[in-house]
Design a protein around this ligand. Sequence first.
Ligand code: 2RA
Length: 336
Amino acid sequence: MKVAVVGASGAVGQEFLKVLAERNFPLDELVLFGSGRSAGNEYEFRGKKLVVKELKHNDDFKDIDIALTSAGASISKEFADTITKYGAIMIDNSSAFRYDSDVPLVVPEVNPEDALVRPRNIIANPNCSTIQMVVALKPINDLSKIVRVHVATYQAASGAGAQGIAELETQIQQVAKGEEPTINKFPYQLAMNIIPQIDVFLENDYTKEEMKMNWETKKIMHTDAEVSATCIRIPVARAHSEAVWVETENALDIEVVKAEMEKLEGLTVLDNPSQKVYPMPLFVSGKDDVYVGRIRKDVSNPKSLTFWCVGDQIKKGAALNAVQIAEWLIKKGEVK
Ligand code: 2RA
């Protein structure tokens, strides 16, 4: 098995290396690709030094079985044919193909079978904020069809990549010293602040990040349920949090919901209010699972319930989800 990581020097690229090593992924060879700028960078994998090759339109992908790509949408679009033309399966973390009808959008806990139909040999990895929410929604939807979802997200700085977390750290130091904070990546100072904008505003006054949660949830869950999201950037290093309100066709018993959530592999229930037990980003950073807590009936609507969920957005929200798709394909004999 030969695996490629495209965008190896980025935050998600580096996480791919960690996750592949951690899970003892069954590969014989790992090849790293990157831009001209990152070509030549060296990283260690299973005790061996690997050098990043420049991504080019050539035959470098001839023997690759699986390519894990996270180099931005324009690179994914430009190189998709080069990557897949000899049969490599491209599992793409960018937004380039998520809404194409001939590209499945997959979260292994929710819709793994969709990965079997991939006419272009491309599988898209959803946006991080959607992944963690649909994992938590899956057991609820199995009990009673979800009619609508309201969600407010609290997204970590590292969702904006390595530069995002570096900017937050610099700003925290600057603010502590009484200096003017440097602002590049985020629209405003993030340290000591929260910003109710992630990505650009669209015509309906939602941001693209918010509409991704609507579009992607429908595609992954095969549902017509509408999702109304407000996505907020908060000064947290890693792991996104979400407050979610879910309306179902039938009223649900909260204890049954909790029991079903507990059964889903990949979802951990941390919910004991009297003991102050609930998930928080500081403690979920670096973890594989999506964590849920504060699960309760919505006092405003008998057919609605509400919960809080936290997931490491670089791990389950990106690299781990892609690697789990690859593992599922291997298990199903889809990788020759
Ligand atoms: C963010 N969801 O947190 C984005 C990254 N895909 O900025």
